[in-house]
Design a protein around this ligand. Structure first.
Ligand SMILES: Cc1cc2nc3c(=O)[nH]c(=O)nc-3n(C[C@H](O)[C@H](O)[C@H](O)COP(=O)(O)O)c2cc1C
Length: 223
Protein backbone atom coordinates (compact mmCIF):
# COMPACT_ATOMS: atom_id res chain seq x y z
CA UNK A 1 0.00 0.00 0.00
CA UNK A 2 1.35 3.40 -0.87
CA UNK A 3 2.61 5.10 2.25
CA UNK A 4 1.90 8.48 0.64
CA UNK A 5 -1.68 9.03 1.69
CA UNK A 6 -3.65 11.27 -0.64
CA UNK A 7 -5.47 13.82 1.47
CA UNK A 8 -7.05 15.95 -1.21
CA UNK A 9 -10.61 14.77 -0.67
CA UNK A 10 -12.03 16.24 -3.86
CA UNK A 11 -9.44 14.39 -5.93
CA UNK A 12 -10.19 11.15 -4.08
CA UNK A 13 -13.94 11.48 -4.72
CA UNK A 14 -13.54 12.40 -8.37
CA UNK A 15 -10.90 9.79 -9.19
CA UNK A 16 -12.56 6.81 -7.53
CA UNK A 17 -14.12 4.57 -10.14
CA UNK A 18 -15.20 0.95 -10.19
CA UNK A 19 -12.23 -1.14 -11.23
CA UNK A 20 -12.94 -4.64 -12.54
CA UNK A 21 -9.44 -5.84 -13.48
CA UNK A 22 -6.86 -6.09 -10.71
CA UNK A 23 -3.18 -6.95 -10.62
CA UNK A 24 -3.29 -10.42 -9.08
CA UNK A 25 0.36 -10.17 -8.02
CA UNK A 26 -0.21 -7.11 -5.82
CA UNK A 27 -0.51 -8.06 -2.17
CA UNK A 28 -1.72 -6.17 0.88
CA UNK A 29 -0.63 -7.38 4.28
CA UNK A 30 -3.01 -7.90 7.16
CA UNK A 31 -2.03 -4.64 8.84
CA UNK A 32 -2.75 -2.65 5.67
CA UNK A 33 -6.17 -4.27 5.35
CA UNK A 34 -6.91 -3.57 9.01
CA UNK A 35 -6.01 0.09 8.46
CA UNK A 36 -8.51 0.37 5.61
CA UNK A 37 -11.25 -1.37 7.60
CA UNK A 38 -10.57 0.82 10.60
CA UNK A 39 -11.30 3.88 8.45
CA UNK A 40 -14.37 2.16 6.97
CA UNK A 41 -15.63 1.59 10.50
CA UNK A 42 -15.32 5.27 11.37
CA UNK A 43 -18.48 5.82 9.28
CA UNK A 44 -21.49 7.33 11.00
CA UNK A 45 -24.32 5.01 12.08
CA UNK A 46 -27.72 5.31 13.73
CA UNK A 47 -27.16 5.70 17.47
CA UNK A 48 -23.54 4.79 16.70
CA UNK A 49 -24.59 1.13 16.73
CA UNK A 50 -22.06 0.32 13.98
CA UNK A 51 -24.19 -2.07 11.95
CA UNK A 52 -21.34 -3.76 10.05
CA UNK A 53 -19.06 -6.73 9.93
CA UNK A 54 -16.35 -7.19 7.33
CA UNK A 55 -15.56 -10.61 5.90
CA UNK A 56 -12.11 -10.20 4.36
CA UNK A 57 -11.14 -12.66 1.63
CA UNK A 58 -7.38 -12.82 1.28
CA UNK A 59 -6.43 -16.43 0.62
CA UNK A 60 -6.79 -18.07 -2.79
CA UNK A 61 -8.99 -20.95 -1.63
CA UNK A 62 -11.56 -18.65 -0.02
CA UNK A 63 -11.57 -16.31 -3.03
CA UNK A 64 -12.06 -19.27 -5.38
CA UNK A 65 -15.00 -20.41 -3.26
CA UNK A 66 -16.46 -16.90 -3.55
CA UNK A 67 -16.00 -16.71 -7.35
CA UNK A 68 -19.11 -18.69 -8.48
CA UNK A 69 -21.18 -17.02 -5.74
CA UNK A 70 -20.10 -13.65 -7.22
CA UNK A 71 -21.33 -14.74 -10.66
CA UNK A 72 -17.80 -15.43 -11.84
CA UNK A 73 -16.71 -11.80 -11.43
CA UNK A 74 -12.98 -12.43 -11.59
CA UNK A 75 -12.11 -9.32 -9.60
CA UNK A 76 -13.03 -11.15 -6.38
CA UNK A 77 -10.05 -13.45 -7.00
CA UNK A 78 -7.56 -11.00 -8.53
CA UNK A 79 -8.06 -8.21 -6.00
CA UNK A 80 -5.62 -8.11 -3.08
CA UNK A 81 -8.61 -8.38 -0.77
CA UNK A 82 -12.31 -8.73 -1.40
CA UNK A 83 -14.40 -7.53 1.49
CA UNK A 84 -17.98 -8.65 2.05
CA UNK A 85 -19.73 -5.96 4.04
CA UNK A 86 -22.49 -7.43 6.20
CA UNK A 87 -25.25 -5.42 7.83
CA UNK A 88 -26.37 -6.14 11.38
CA UNK A 89 -30.11 -6.90 11.71
CA UNK A 90 -29.81 -6.87 15.51
CA UNK A 91 -27.65 -3.81 16.02
CA UNK A 92 -29.71 -2.95 19.13
CA UNK A 93 -27.60 -5.65 20.79
CA UNK A 94 -24.56 -3.38 20.37
CA UNK A 95 -25.97 -0.64 22.59
CA UNK A 96 -24.43 -1.92 25.80
CA UNK A 97 -20.98 -2.32 24.23
CA UNK A 98 -21.15 1.14 22.63
CA UNK A 99 -22.46 3.04 25.63
CA UNK A 100 -21.18 0.90 28.53
CA UNK A 101 -17.84 2.70 28.78
CA UNK A 102 -19.41 6.17 28.90
CA UNK A 103 -22.04 4.99 31.40
CA UNK A 104 -19.31 3.61 33.67
CA UNK A 105 -17.28 6.80 33.22
CA UNK A 106 -20.35 8.80 34.33
CA UNK A 107 -20.40 10.86 31.15
CA UNK A 108 -24.11 11.70 31.27
CA UNK A 109 -23.94 14.01 28.26
CA UNK A 110 -22.58 11.24 26.02
CA UNK A 111 -25.93 9.51 25.51
CA UNK A 112 -26.60 10.78 22.03
CA UNK A 113 -28.60 13.72 23.34
CA UNK A 114 -30.92 11.64 25.59
CA UNK A 115 -31.55 12.51 29.22
CA UNK A 116 -30.18 9.18 30.45
CA UNK A 117 -28.87 5.94 29.08
CA UNK A 118 -32.10 4.22 30.19
CA UNK A 119 -34.12 6.53 27.94
CA UNK A 120 -31.68 5.97 25.10
CA UNK A 121 -31.68 2.17 25.50
CA UNK A 122 -35.49 2.09 25.74
CA UNK A 123 -35.79 4.02 22.50
CA UNK A 124 -33.38 1.72 20.68
CA UNK A 125 -35.20 -1.37 21.96
CA UNK A 126 -38.56 0.07 20.98
CA UNK A 127 -37.38 0.78 17.46
CA UNK A 128 -36.12 -2.79 17.07
CA UNK A 129 -39.14 -4.41 18.77
CA UNK A 130 -41.82 -2.44 16.93
CA UNK A 131 -39.98 -3.10 13.71
CA UNK A 132 -39.94 -6.87 14.06
CA UNK A 133 -42.55 -7.16 11.33
CA UNK A 134 -41.40 -4.19 9.25
CA UNK A 135 -38.41 -3.55 7.05
CA UNK A 136 -36.76 -1.29 9.64
CA UNK A 137 -34.04 -3.71 10.77
CA UNK A 138 -33.10 -4.56 7.21
CA UNK A 139 -33.24 -0.93 6.08
CA UNK A 140 -31.00 0.08 8.97
CA UNK A 141 -28.57 -2.76 8.37
CA UNK A 142 -28.22 -1.93 4.68
CA UNK A 143 -28.22 1.84 5.10
CA UNK A 144 -25.53 1.90 7.77
CA UNK A 145 -23.33 -0.85 6.31
CA UNK A 146 -23.45 0.94 2.95
CA UNK A 147 -21.93 4.04 4.52
CA UNK A 148 -19.04 1.92 5.81
CA UNK A 149 -18.64 0.37 2.34
CA UNK A 150 -18.39 3.81 0.76
CA UNK A 151 -15.78 4.86 3.29
CA UNK A 152 -13.83 1.70 2.55
CA UNK A 153 -13.65 2.58 -1.15
CA UNK A 154 -12.57 6.14 -0.40
CA UNK A 155 -9.99 4.94 2.14
CA UNK A 156 -8.57 2.63 -0.53
CA UNK A 157 -8.33 5.47 -3.03
CA UNK A 158 -6.66 7.69 -0.44
CA UNK A 159 -4.01 4.97 -0.04
CA UNK A 160 -3.35 4.78 -3.77
CA UNK A 161 -5.49 1.67 -4.26
CA UNK A 162 -8.47 0.92 -6.46
CA UNK A 163 -11.79 -0.69 -5.63
CA UNK A 164 -14.90 -2.12 -7.19
CA UNK A 165 -18.28 -2.58 -5.46
CA UNK A 166 -20.44 -5.56 -6.40
CA UNK A 167 -24.01 -6.46 -5.65
CA UNK A 168 -23.89 -9.11 -8.35
CA UNK A 169 -23.63 -12.07 -6.02
CA UNK A 170 -25.95 -14.68 -4.56
CA UNK A 171 -26.54 -13.55 -0.99
CA UNK A 172 -28.20 -16.83 0.09
CA UNK A 173 -25.34 -18.87 -1.30
CA UNK A 174 -22.87 -16.54 0.41
CA UNK A 175 -24.58 -17.05 3.77
CA UNK A 176 -24.44 -20.83 3.37
CA UNK A 177 -20.90 -21.04 2.03
CA UNK A 178 -19.35 -18.81 4.69
CA UNK A 179 -21.54 -19.74 7.69
CA UNK A 180 -22.99 -16.24 8.14
CA UNK A 181 -25.20 -16.18 11.27
CA UNK A 182 -28.85 -15.08 10.73
CA UNK A 183 -28.07 -11.86 12.55
CA UNK A 184 -26.21 -10.53 9.49
CA UNK A 185 -27.27 -9.72 5.94
CA UNK A 186 -24.74 -9.54 3.08
CA UNK A 187 -24.86 -6.02 1.66
CA UNK A 188 -22.02 -5.57 -0.80
CA UNK A 189 -18.73 -7.05 -1.97
CA UNK A 190 -15.85 -4.62 -2.44
CA UNK A 191 -12.74 -5.72 -4.30
CA UNK A 192 -9.60 -3.74 -3.40
CA UNK A 193 -6.15 -3.74 -4.96
CA UNK A 194 -4.10 -2.22 -7.78
CA UNK A 195 -5.85 -1.84 -11.09
CA UNK A 196 -4.59 -3.88 -14.03
CA UNK A 197 -6.92 -2.01 -16.39
CA UNK A 198 -8.60 1.34 -15.73
CA UNK A 199 -12.27 1.58 -14.86
CA UNK A 200 -14.77 2.10 -17.66
CA UNK A 201 -15.49 5.81 -18.15
CA UNK A 202 -18.81 6.80 -16.62
CA UNK A 203 -20.71 10.04 -16.36
CA UNK A 204 -23.28 11.43 -13.99
CA UNK A 205 -26.52 13.33 -14.48
CA UNK A 206 -26.00 17.08 -14.36
CA UNK A 207 -26.35 18.01 -10.73
CA UNK A 208 -29.26 20.34 -11.48
CA UNK A 209 -31.26 17.28 -12.53
CA UNK A 210 -30.72 15.62 -9.18
CA UNK A 211 -31.69 18.45 -6.82
CA UNK A 212 -35.22 19.18 -5.65
CA UNK A 213 -35.12 22.41 -3.73
CA UNK A 214 -37.34 22.47 -0.67
CA UNK A 215 -39.64 19.60 -1.66
CA UNK A 216 -41.44 18.43 -4.80
CA UNK A 217 -43.95 20.79 -6.34
CA UNK A 218 -47.31 18.94 -6.49
CA UNK A 219 -48.30 20.92 -9.61
CA UNK A 220 -45.16 19.98 -11.46
CA UNK A 221 -44.08 16.49 -10.45
CA UNK A 222 -40.93 15.32 -12.19
CA UNK A 223 -41.27 11.74 -13.34
C1 LIG B 1 -24.55 -1.08 -5.02
C2 LIG B 1 -23.65 -1.25 -6.21
C3 LIG B 1 -23.56 -2.48 -6.83
C4 LIG B 1 -22.70 -2.68 -7.90
N1 LIG B 1 -22.55 -3.93 -8.42
C5 LIG B 1 -21.65 -4.16 -9.39
C6 LIG B 1 -21.35 -5.47 -9.83
O1 LIG B 1 -21.89 -6.46 -9.34
N2 LIG B 1 -20.44 -5.63 -10.80
C7 LIG B 1 -19.77 -4.59 -11.36
O2 LIG B 1 -18.94 -4.81 -12.24
N3 LIG B 1 -20.00 -3.30 -10.94
C8 LIG B 1 -20.91 -3.07 -9.97
N4 LIG B 1 -21.11 -1.80 -9.48
C9 LIG B 1 -20.36 -0.68 -10.06
C10 LIG B 1 -21.24 0.28 -10.87
O3 LIG B 1 -21.49 -0.27 -12.13
C11 LIG B 1 -20.52 1.64 -10.96
O4 LIG B 1 -20.40 2.18 -9.66
C12 LIG B 1 -21.25 2.64 -11.83
O5 LIG B 1 -21.32 2.19 -13.15
C13 LIG B 1 -20.56 4.00 -11.80
O6 LIG B 1 -19.22 3.85 -12.22
P1 LIG B 1 -17.99 4.30 -11.31
O7 LIG B 1 -18.16 3.68 -9.96
O8 LIG B 1 -16.80 3.73 -12.03
O9 LIG B 1 -17.97 5.78 -11.27
C14 LIG B 1 -21.95 -1.59 -8.42
C15 LIG B 1 -22.07 -0.35 -7.80
C16 LIG B 1 -22.87 -0.18 -6.70
C17 LIG B 1 -22.93 1.15 -6.01
Amino acid sequence: MSSAVQTDFLTIFRERHSVRYFDATYKLNEQEIIELLEIAGSAPSSWNLQHWKFVAFTVAAAKEKLLPIANGQKQVVDASVTVAILGDLEANRNAEAVYGPVIRAGLEDAYAGYSSHQVLFAQIEEAYTVSESSSYRRDEAIRNASLAAMQLMLAAKAHGLDSGPMVGFDADAFVKAFNVPPRYVPVLLVAIGKEAKPARPTSRFPVEQTIIWNGFNPDNIIT
